[in-house]
Design a protein around this ligand. Sequence first.
Ligand SMILES: CC(C)(COP(=O)(O)OP(=O)(O)OC[C@H]1O[C@@H](n2cnc3c(N)ncnc32)[C@H](O)[C@@H]1OP(=O)(O)O)[C@@H](O)C(=O)NCCC(=O)NCCS
Length: 230
Amino acid sequence: MGTERNDRIEQRRSPVPLAIFGGRGGGAQAAFAAQRLEAQGLMRCVGFLNDNEPAGTLISGYPVLGPFVSWPDLAKETRFLAPLHKAKQMMARADAIRELNVPLDRWANVIDPQAVVAPDVSLGTGVFASAGSSIMCGSRIGHHVAVRPGGHIGHDALVEDFAFVGANAVVCGYAKVMEGAHIAPGALIREGTTVGRYSVVGLGAVVVDDVPDGTIVAGNPARIINTISL
Ligand SMILES: CC(C)(COP(=O)(O)OP(=O)(O)OC[C@H]1O[C@@H](n2cnc3c(N)ncnc32)[C@H](O)[C@@H]1OP(=O)(O)O)[C@@H](O)C(=O)NCCC(=O)NCCS
């Protein structure tokens, strides 16, 4: 009991410094979550790594520290997050994250204090769960997965590395979202179905059948509208 209390005090003394790859959009949302974790003494956003905007530029009040390649220059206790997901570019983004060669133990999970994650969920690393998102019992979440506000992952679901679950999207129980798949805001994935690798489920789509790898689907019920070369 005493040890637990001391651990909590220790956490308050040394919040984990967090640097975010990216910037406006997903990066800024992650910085906002980190700010809320900072209020609990758990994490402290030190800024962004960004290839498009010069060092010193402020994004949502946090500075650009340098380009992506400068991550090794940051203090060794710094942890990283790369919320770089973008529909139809998921494979290139996943490759970009891999090419950074950040060791697995340097990635942070940024779980907003108002996200709900069941205690038996297995989480990879580099996971970002926004305020109001929920991940239910028995689910398995890979590395570099993002779940945006109101995104819900039901029980016993599988969400593989680099996948994205947009705002108010629902992945029902036992569904599988394979590597790098992009579930756009408001989409619904029926229980037990599989969304293939690097596929895109469009805004508000209702997936009732399996979606093959590298496929774009839209509508209710979701139909194939295009493909993505893998
Ligand atoms: C599904 C999606 C990827 C399709 O984009 P696209 O490949 O550029 O396709 P287009 O916009 O040219 O649309 C192709 C056809 O599908 C239809 N369509 C596109 N998105 C649709 C959707 N969500 N629901 C129903 N129909 C849709 C279009 O009306 C068009 O129909 P038409 O050929 O009869 O004119 C895109 O609409 C989408 O939902 N992107 C997700 C964006 C996202 O996640 N944003 C949030 C980021 S936080």
